[in-house]
Design a protein around this ligand. Structure first.
Ligand SMILES: [Zn+2]
Ligand SMILES: [Zn+2]
Length: 784
């Protein structure tokens, strides 16, 4: 008989289990965080529970110390891709002897109010299934999981649950439901979960609504595209108008029908490899292209890349992006499809079309066919646009993929916002809601010039107020009395017995930049911009402000120039050029010749300038760029905003840095708060001299950029001497200009300044409402 020998064990002390209460803050709801934690707890052999709470998730875990520690460190390190962890706070709790780990219903932990995540591009797991003929979702245009898919654009109200989304009408089949219910499945509580069996469908139709293709609608749409036709494709945040981007005549036909001749069109390509084929990309640009927000990235176009010239005429950049919806991936799975123009389906600056009937009515005269689907888009949301400027990403249009993520007021700022609304500006409108430590910007809404724009504003405001359960108790607006948004804010405030807060345009820009970087004291702000209403009633835009969050003084500005014809001078930059040349001392005839104006035109303008009739004064930097572009490029009329300035920057793209033309500093007395004037007279005289002596235009463009940058660096040095301030904010729409931004930073740093730029919101008018919210919150905090 064999004796069972058991090793004699010392009676070991079993350490008592630990219990920890953990609160995680950030974007942790609707992004697969609970199943992730559930899996983690199972792997570590821990007991406890997780549930959504008001501002994030609450977790309790219990088990051996080592496993609890491991759990806590993996919580941050292995979080799901769409999660954004702002903080993890753990505290000790008495052990309860609980067994097993549970996901508890939200109600257990109280009111849930953390809004909705942003829309996210198809993840690699889903993409693999989409292209796998053996998978049950092979080529299914609406597959998604907790790591990807639409969120913001399909949600009516919170909480973000299927019945509150446009997926409510699709009842999940047994297979989908099983995935949805299984905490270990990638599709656990993936609200838009669907398949061929149970989910939305696509079809191809003409403008009259008759179905066109039986069978594979996507394949039929591809054939139409390859034949040069214009296809309206329903996407995530709205319809796109699409044509084969390598087909010159197809692109021209789209331009003619859309009545858009100059504005660059965005191009979608299959993958990063294909993007490298059409653009010369830096590592930063590649990173930006592949984020889950999948913005359009403005990058250097590759010569001879096969993209039609008509896509982005006159500039060396291309707006390129990658597929982010399964439907788009299915289009590109056909190897014939190399590059597609994918441009927002609208007429000029109208809101993007989202509804099937609306699309047919509005786009019937543009599109040849429509690739429709029956998942309703509940929130219009354009594609976002970004660029790498001076080595870091910059948002030009903040929309799909970023909205409605909040921008936190930095911890360094002891600033808490009461519930407030900032209505933004006039062009490229974006409004913002703020509460506590967060500012939530709306998607890009376009120009608020007409009722359609205002409807979109109202519709989005209602939605975002519901989403974050914010009832504003204060409202901020631009100082401009004529903006539609200003009138709206005043009425809105009056109806509630509130006093609206007016915020000067460029102060909002500078304060926004300060807040992004947690600067609460005073700083020097360079706000170089198109147009904004000034505190003196004139049109500002080339401003050096000594700024606090709640106020500012004007230290310097570009010397005022008349804008002959007012708004017309924006659309026709030759008018600005003529005015600038006359002010710089040129006689009528040579000035007229330089801007290709007839003698009659020149005389009419001259009278306007002389008498100050219909010739408002502006210190705008954007207008100065326009004027120089009109002379150097001979561009009389622009087809889209800032076109002349963008072309001027493009012209200089391969030029080495040159010493700049001189700008002169005139007057100014800080003690008496008299601003310095930055005069462009010497700059103009040197530029004309160069033109006459045949210096090549690219070099002239480079010298002009350098001159503007050097002029503002000189003023910053003066401002520092007067105030002792060393922090400089670079803000305003001109900061989209890479060359100008790079030269400004380099020049300022050489003088020992610390330079700050926007990273989370746009430096242009899309970022205005963020700045307005910051200023209003600071003013209100002071009053309390
Ligand atoms: Zn996925
Ligand atoms: Zn299904």
């Amino acid at each position: 008989m064999i004796e069972e020998t058991q090793p004699k064990r010392e009676p070991r002390e079993v350490p008592p289990p630990l219990r920890r209460g953990v609160v995680v803050r950030g974007v942790v709801q609707g992004v697969g965080f609970r199943p992730f934690v559930y899996r983690l707890a199972l792997e570590e052999g821990l007991a406890g529970f997780i549930g959504n709470d008001t501002d994030g998730v609450t977790i309790e875990v219990e088990g051996p110390a080592e496993q609890v520690e491991s759990f806590l460190s993996r919580l941050r390190a292995e979080a799901p891709p769409l999660a954004r962890i702002d903080s993890i706070a753990a505290r000790e709790l008495p052990a309860t002897g609980e067994a097993g780990f549970r996901i508890v219903a939200s109600e257990v932990l109280g009111r849930v109010s953390t809004g909705i995540p942003a829309d996210a591009a198809t993840c690699t797991d889903c993409l693999r299934e989409l292209l796998d003929p053996a998978d049950r979702r092979y080529r299914y245009p609406f597959l998604n999981c907790t790591n990807c898919g639409p969120r913001f654009t399909i949600t009516r109200r919170i909480p973000y649950d299927r019945p509150q989304t446009s997926m409510a009408r699709f009842k999940m089949c047994a297979a989908c439901q099983a995935e949805y219910d299984d905490p270990l499945n990638r599709r656990f509580h993936a609200q838009p979960n669907a398949c061929w069996e149970c989910g939305p469908r696509v079809w191809l139709t003409g403008a009259e609504g008759a179905g066109l293709a039986a069978g594979d609608a996507v394949a039929a749409a591809i054939n139409r595209l390859m034949a040069g036709e214009i296809v309206a494709i329903k996407g995530i945040g709205g319809f796109h108008l699409s044509v084969d981007a390598t087909n010159e005549s197809a692109v021209m036909r789209l331009r003619e029908r859309k009545r858009r001749y100059g504005k660059p069109l965005a191009v979608m390509v299959r993958d990063l490899e294909a993007a490298r084929g059409v653009c010369v990309l830096t590592a930063e640009e590649e990173a930006l292209l592949t984020t889950s927000a999948r913005p359009i990235v403005l990058a250097r176009k590759r010569d001879g890349c096969g993209i039609a010239d008509a896509v982005a005429p006159g500039i060396p950049w291309l707006g390129v992006y990658l597929p982010y919806a399964p439907l788009q991936h299915v289009l590109f799975a056909d190897r014939r499809v190399r590059a597609l123009v994918m441009t927002s389906a609208n007429l000029s600056e109208e809101p993007i079309a989202i509804d099937n009937d609306e699309a047919r009515a509005r786009l019937g005269a543009i599109a040849d066919v429509f690739l429709m689907h029956d998942r309703e888009i509940l929130q219009r949301c354009d594609d976002s646009v970004a660029a790498v400027v001076d080595g870091a990403p910059q948002l030009i249009r903040r929309a799909r993929g970023f909205v409605p993520l909040g921008v936190e007021l930095p911890p360094g700022l002891q600033l808490e916002a009461p519930p407030l609304l900032a209505v933004g500006g006039h062009l490229k409108n974006v409004f913002a809601l703020a509460r506590g430590r967060f500012v939530y910007q709306s998607q890009h809404l376009g120009d608020l010039e007409n009722l359609t724009g205002l409807d979109f504003f109202n519709e989005s405001l209602d939605h975002l107020m519901r989403t974050f359960e914010i009832e504003p108790e204060a409202v901020a607006h631009d100082l401009h009395p004529g903006y539609l948004s200003t009138g709206w804010a005043k009425e809105w405030a009056a109806a509630r017995g509130l006093t609206p807060i007016a915020v000067q345009h460029h102060h909002a820009h500078v304060a926004g930049c300060m807040a992004e970087h947690g600067l609460a004291g005073e700083a020097i702000g360079l706000a170089l911009d198109g147009t904004g209403y000034g505190a003196d009633g004139r049109i500002w835009g080339g401003e050096v402000l000594i700024s606090r969050l709640d106020g500012f003084e004007r230290f310097a500005h570009i010397e005022y120039l008349p804008m002959p014809g007012g708004e017309a001078a924006i659309r026709e930059p030759w008018r600005m050029a003529f005015a600038a040349l006359r002010i710089a001392g040129l006689d009528l005839e040579p000035a007229a010749a330089l801007v290709c104006a007839s003698e009659r035109e020149a005389r009419v303008l001259d009278r306007m300038i002389e008498r100050g009739v219909n010739a408002p004064l502006t210190s705008s930097c954007g207008r100065l760029f326009d004027a120089v572009a009109a002379v150097v490029l001979g561009r009389r009329v622009v087809d889209y905003e800032a076109q002349a300035a963008i072309e001027l920057e493009g012209l200089a793209i391969d030029e080495p840095d040159e010493p700049g033309y001189e700008m002169e500093l005139i007057g100014g007395d800080w003690e008496r708060r008299e601003p310095v004037r930055i005069g462009a007279g010497p700059l103009w005289r040197a530029l004309i001299e160069d033109l006459r002596s045949g210096v090549k235009k690219a070099r002239i463009a480079a010298r002009f950029h350098a001159g503007v940058a050097a002029g503002f660096v000189k003023v910053a040095v003066l401002a520092r001497a007067a105030t002792g301030l060393e922090h400089v904010m670079l803000t305003g729409g001109c900061m989209h200009n890479r060359r100008l931004t790079r030269l400004l930073r380099a020049g300022l740093e050489k003088e020992g300044f610390k330079v700050f730029q926007h990273r989370l919101v746009s430096p242009g008018d899309g970022g205005l409402s963020y700045g307005q919210a910051v200023v209003a919150a600071s003013i209100l905090a002071k009053r309390r």
